[in-house]
Design a protein around this ligand. Sequence first.
Ligand SMILES: C[S@@+](CC[C@H](N)C(=O)[O-])C[C@H]1O[C@@H](n2cnc3c(N)ncnc32)[C@H](O)[C@@H]1O
Length: 326
Amino acid sequence: MDYYDNDDNENLEVTLLLEAINAKYGYDFRSYARASIKRRIKHRMSVSGIKKITGVIERVIYDRPFFMELLGDFSISTTEMFRDPDFFQALRKTVFPAIQHLPFIKIWVAGCSTGEEVYSLAIILREEKLYDKTMIYATDYSEKSLATAKEGVYGIKPIKKYAANYIHAGGIQSFSDYFTAKTDTAVIDQSLRQNMVFSIHNLAADGVFGEMNLILCRNVLIYFNRELQDKVFGLFTESLEEGGYLCLGSKETIRLSAFSDNYDEVLKDEKIYRRNTTPVSDAKANDKPVVTPEFVTKGGELIRDVKAKMEELDHLLRGLPGKDAV
Ligand SMILES: C[S@@+](CC[C@H](N)C(=O)[O-])C[C@H]1O[C@@H](n2cnc3c(N)ncnc32)[C@H](O)[C@@H]1O
């Protein structure tokens, strides 16, 4: 390392900042693409009038609201409706027929961002006449994104592209049936919210959701290093019913992970896997998510939130047709 090299010194500061964030808050950005992380740090520095990254480290440690702002900057929320339409087509043609016999269906969308993916899923479930017996549990660690997701109000500009994606994904109605167009916005049909619960959940630190039949976690793990990816795969493996499906993003795979043997490949290109009957080895099962001091202090709050949502989910499912068949 060159003592005078500003780039070297800045990279060291970024490393220390990411370590501090991970140790204190349990958010692991250590393997996120450095150029984009650096750009986001610089943005926060200019907004807050901070001259050096070491100043950001100090603020992050002692000022939680400041950290929350930076967290918002770090959250890469890029998404769209029917993103990778072939994937949604595959859900319709391959996954839904395999789970349609279930008395009710539990789905977890992890890293749901601003909700476009969740509404897309609800639309095809409805078209396949499965939505009435489905509960979608949609989570993200970004409160800001979740607020948009709950509202379901989006800019009008990308709607043309979404409509094309919808057709490509095998849509059988007019896409405009699913939203009300205003001057600059498209408001999602609120009846699609009927069987969804949105909640905060940090994949790097929080626990499992049981008995899921399908988990979507697309374009999230790509930002994690191998170790963190494995922790998250452990979380999913514990959360999935045997025979349940796991769907990843187009650039993601479970094949290089320690949990590879626990899944059969259903569709290679669409990154759809199915949990098989291979038991999870004890060594892997013991590799629990990192629990940080900050997580311990806010743990009670999070667990209360999750429990309340699970109760809400059970309550909703109890009211669904087909429950008698269980
Ligand atoms: C690029 S978006 C993908 C959105 C959507 N799944 C899709 O494919 O269109 C990545 C999302 O992952 C979320 N995310 C990143 N790290 C996370 C973590 N540790 N726990 C939960 N969500 C996380 C971000 O907030 C963001 O909303």
